[in-house]
Design a protein around this ligand. Structure first.
Ligand code: NOJ
Length: 790
């Protein structure tokens, strides 16, 4: 797999890859040359079109295709009118077309993960794709599987899915299929090890450049945890992948030949293109040789005074022989093949006019004439319905005592907390922190999505209060509410003493955004005081948390707190989604895609930050050694056998379920321990890795009295040889069952699912002993057990 360095003149790159000042926890040995694409796996016809297109290009035009330019979108590739190529428009982000108006704001990745619902997540992708296409955006900059959520404090975890690589892998795959089914290119980001916001980019201290954080990851952990979901995305045919700001094992994400050439293009057989995160390119030829195909945002002059490392430098390098035409041609083919594959050359809508008002670039910087179309409304009735459904499906019921929920018809309802209210400081949270306009973490207003480039511009938000008032009104209830947390803290609830509500619903929120990590895992704005005060007044207090997760809950055992709901980031229909759950129109079928610890300090923090580091003048000071290996989130708690508040995979329904009859079927015994090395590599890797080697089935029954949905889960414990976590998720399915009804579920297990990464042989390897199989309803509620030998 690892090729020897076959190019001369790359001393700088090699030096950059071997960090000389720091003993590396992980290493990224050099892998050159950059593998050429072949179109294998379904892009053969599109590759022919791309080759014909390439044949018409001058060297300058090739450089143009691989370099961003000023334009109306957040990223732009300039048009070539002579060839009827109108350029490429790249837009954020994972949950909405951010740089747009009259577009929907969907549920965040976090809510999608909590739904554990493949069907809804694929549908979400398809609708997001349709909105991008409608606005003339060729590339959707999402979904996110980096960060994977190594640290519960990670500021961008909510943009992605789950710290569990298997769950993230399934959901990113569904998302890619969905987005690309609408004819829009997906861009999986941020590759790889982008696990903290703090020092994600270089800084300057006393005039010295301090390099970005280096995520130092060993080979086993890289394969089994961080690369895993990217493999799913590649298998699903993602058009592009965005390399990250951070360094990996000492080498910047966009010039790390091991991760780009070695893992992505060679081992996973990725056929598309690698684009840089915005200003994440730190060299020209060295990055190109290491596998970077497109520089973004490219040739700008106003953000930093330097032009792109690509652009004219690519032409010069080709002309003076320091860069081969072959490599540049491969970059162009990688970019143009998905464009033809998704038929973006035929009747693609023009770029929506609105984008340019919010552009990364002022119009004075434009070098090309981009064709702009009218401002179009891409929202649809069914998009709003899906957002409402997914918002509810991603809502997790954690506690439900004394039959508190679902609500029947309480005549006197209390609603408290700043998160219940309508927005009060605008509908667009681009800035992460500080006092600038568009700051998202303001006091009064519900938190339906996070901030930064992964946010969306709301055309409306249904607040929880608005939805609850509408419900109450429908049957003549009164709704008493206080949404000013400061007033509540000062004792504002006293006003309700003469008419105490039958149920008090407290809405809390936890802000998170690109650009900074979370400083606490306890909901903000005095949440603990507000819950305790409400519970003193009201012996039927329901607490709902919106925003980033996980959150610890110091009040969770208070007997007057009868119900707790983690409602995550539902998007524009937030209030309707929560009302559907509260009143029982929808059975809560969300399950935790992460662990909730008893105390904040119970988590492994896994975040590098300190005053000493911030003031250090050592350019190489920022190092994150991923010494915990695969043991993140539940795998870490399980390894310590530590108690938790609510475990990974947990969630309650309004009905009860039983699971029985675990059966294991192995497709032929004595499979070879490793995939046949002669088998073709297709997007996703050696094709044998994806063959189903065994199937586990279970029977699930709804034993309650109402219809409901649940998520049966399958976990494997590998023999010692695998040096694997105690248990690893390897199957799940959301099932809807009427009361009294049973169904059978099959969990197919691929070779990859059953293997571990052998660092010595550099192969996915099946363990020789028996693999234990566990099935149940959470990572710690696994009543069924079996064993499997392949
Ligand atoms: C930087 C972010 O990291 C990335 O996710 C985003 O797509 C670009 N900025 C463009 O906004």
């Amino acid at each position: 797999m690892v090729r020897t360095l076959s190019l001369v003149g790359l001393a700088a790159t090699v030096a950059a890859q071997f960090n000389i000042n720091h003993t590396q926890y992980g290493t990224s040995p050099p892998v050159y040359p950059s593998p050429q694409m072949s179109g294998a796996g379904g892009w053969e016809g599109a590759l022919e079109k791309a080759q014909a297109f390439l044949a018409e290009l001058t060297t300058e035009e090739k450089a143009q295709i691989v370099t961003g330019t000023a334009g109306p979108c957040v990223g732009n590739i300039g048009p070539i009118e002579r060839l009827s190529f109108s350029g490429l428009c790249l837009q954020d982000g994972p949950l909405a077309i951010r740089q747009a108006i009259y577009a929907s704001v969907f549920s965040a990745g976090l809510s999608s993960a909590a739904s554990w619902d493949r069907r809804l997540v694929r549908q979400r992708g398809a609708y997001i794709g349709a909105e991008f296409r409608g606005k003339g955006a060729h590339v959707a900059l999402g979904p996110v599987v980096g960060p994977l959520s190594r640290s519960p404090f990670g500021g961008r975890n909510w943009e992605g899915f789950s710290p569990d690589s298997y769950l993230s892998g399934v959901l990113v795959e569904e998302s890619v299929y969905g987005i690309q089914s609408a004819g829009v290119q997906a861009c999986i980001k941020h590759y790889i090890g982008n696990e903290q916001e703090t020092q994600r980019n270089p800084s300057t201290v006393n005039g010295t450049t301090i390099e970005a954080i280096s995520s130092n990851v060993d080979d086993k952990t890289m394969h089994e945890t961080y690369l895993w979901p990217f493999a799913n995305a590649v298998r699903a045919g993602t058009a592009s992948i965005m390399c990250s700001y951070n360094r990996i094992n000492g080498s910047y994400g966009c010039q790390n030949s091991k991760t780009l050439n070695g893992l992505l293009k060679d081992e996973l057989g990725f056929q598309g293109y690698v684009m840089s995160d915005w200003l994440a390119t730190h060299s020209g030829v060295a990055s190109i040789e290491a596998g970077l195909d497109m520089d973004m945002p490219g040739g700008i002059t106003f953000v930093i005074p330097n032009p792109s490392f690509f652009g004219g430098n690519v032409t010069t390098a080709v002309n003076n022989g320091s860069l081969s035409t072959q490599r540049v041609d491969d970059m162009v083919l990688r970019i143009m093949t998905p464009y033809f594959h998704l038929k973006q050359d035929v009747d693609f809508p023009p770029i929506d006019n609105f984008s340019s008002r919010l552009g990364f670039f002022p119009a004075s910087e434009y070098l090309y004439n981009f064709t702009l179309g009218p401002i179009v409304d891409v929202r649809q009735e069914q998009h709003a319905q899906l957002i409402r459904d997914l918002g509810a499906a991603g809502t997790v019921l954690l506690k439900n005592a004394n039959g508190a929920l679902p609500l029947k018809t309480p005549k006197n309802i209390g609603v408290f907390g700043n998160d219940a209210a309508d927005l009060t400081q605008g509908q667009y949270s681009l800035s992460s922190t500080g006092t600038t306009l568009f700051q998202g973490d303001y006091n009064i207003g519900t938190l339906a999505v996070g901030g930064g480039s992964g946010t969306g511009r709301f055309t409306y938000v249904v607040s929880p209060l608005e939805a609850i008032k509408a419900r109450g009104r429908s049957y003549g209830a009164i709704v008493q509410y206080i949404t000013d947390n400061e007033y509540l803290t000062l004792g504002g609830l006293a006003a309700l003493a003469p008419a105490p509500p039958e149920v008090c619903i407290v809405f809390l929120k936890s802000w998170a955004s690109e650009g900074s990590d979370r400083s606490t895992l306890i909901a903000e704005w005095n949440s603990t005081v507000i819950v305790n005060q409400t519970a003193t007044l009201c012996n039927n207090t329901v607490v709902v948390l919106h925003g980033a997760a996980p959150n610890t809950m110091p009040w969770r055992d208070n007997p007057n707190v009868t119900a707790i709901i983690a409602a995550h980031m539902p998007g524009q229909e937030s209030g309707n989604s929560i009302a559907d759950i509260l009143w029982g129109d929808v059975d809560p079928s969300g399950r935790l895609p992460y662990t909730i610890a008893n105390e904040e300090t119970d988590y492994a923090k896994n975040l590098v930050n300190s005053t000493a580091l911030v003031t250090s003048t050592d350019p190489d000071a920022w190092q994150a050694d991923f010494v915990e290996g695969n043991l993140i989130d539940y795998k870490e708690f399980d390894a310590r056998n530590a108690s938790v508040a609510f475990e990974f995979g947990f969630g309650l329904s309004y009905t009860t379920f039983n699971i029985s009859n675990l059966q294991v079927q192995v497709n032929g015994s004595n499979a070879s321990r490793t995939p046949n090395p002669a088998a073709p590599v297709r997007p996703g890797g050696n094709i044998e890795l994806w063959a189903t080697l065994a199937t586990v089935s279970v029977t699930v029954s709804n034993t309650g009295s109402v219809s409901g949905a649940t998520v049966p889960q399958l976990y494997l414990s590998y023999p010692e040889e695998a040096n694997a976590p105690h248990r690893s998720l390897r199957g799940f399915e959301k099932v809807v069952l009427s009361a009294g009804i049973s169904g059978t579920l099959n969990f197919p297990l691929t070779r990859r699912d059953l293997s571990y990464w052998d660092t010595r042989t550099q192969q996915w390897t099946l363990p020789t002993g028996a693999i234990e199989v566990h099935a149940g309803f959470s990572s710690r509620n696994l009543p069924l057990r079996g064993s499997l030998t392949v």
